[in-house]
Design a protein around this ligand. Structure first.
Ligand SMILES: [Zn+2]
Length: 191
């Protein structure tokens, strides 16, 4: 993964008193599941600059959730926790064995450039437990977004991080990986 514009600041809201204390970040969120789940199937709304503050605690909770190894995720989109807004969190991993990576929140992410070629690889999803399938994704993408503090970025992501961001942006458009996967397999492990 190459960072092409700005360094990613450490996203921490711990000393931030902008959001209500009753929205303290949580490391366990209820994940929506199901092929016909209403919110998973809806297109999510853009977050306006004036609304940013109210989604900071949620962003932090989503980051905590996927950093918790018990939850088994590498990315999460707000509709997966019943919030119909364009917010995702992504672990910036090159491979699943990667141990040195950051997990960041992206508000209103948009793919502004991508590779010419795609690669097929196995995916799963916390919202489609028990299934995996092979999905074609662009090998690299350039994504524009703002962070929960309102700072603008453009990041070029490759390897696994590129796949994760494409999967999560699909969630914001109501698309599940099983819609576009081939060779869907049922697995015993629900995660
Ligand atoms: Zn997913």
């Amino acid at each position: 993964m190459v960072i092409i514009q700005l360094k990613i600041p450490f996203l921490s809201c711990q000393s931030d008193n902008h959001y209500p204390t009753n929205l303290a970040p949580m490391s366990k969120l209820k994940i929506e599941t199901g092929d016909d789940n209403e919110i998973l199937r809806s297109a999510s709304d853009t977050i306006k600059p004036t609304e940013l503050k109210q989604y900071r605690a949620l962003a932090e909770s989503m980051i905590k959730h996927i950093k918790n190894p018990d939850n088994g995720g590498v990315g999460l989109a707000a509709p997966q926790v019943w919030v119909n807004k364009r917010l995702i969190v992504i672990s910036l991993m090159r491979t699943y064995d990667d141990e040195m990576y950051r997990t960041i929140a992206m508000v209103n992410p948009e793919i502004i450039e991508h590779a010419a070629e795609k690669v097929k690889w196995e995916e799963g999803c916390l919202s489609v437990p028990g299934e995996t399938g092979d999905v074609e994704r662009w090998v690299w993408v350039k994504v524009s977004f703002i962070d929960p503090e309102g700072r603008k970025y453009a990041l070029r992501l490759e390897s696994l991080a590129a796949r994760i961001v494409q999967h999560e942006i699909d969630h914001l458009d109501g698309i599940l990986f099983t819609d576009i996967a081939e060779n869907i397999q049922l697995i015993n492990d629900a995660d």
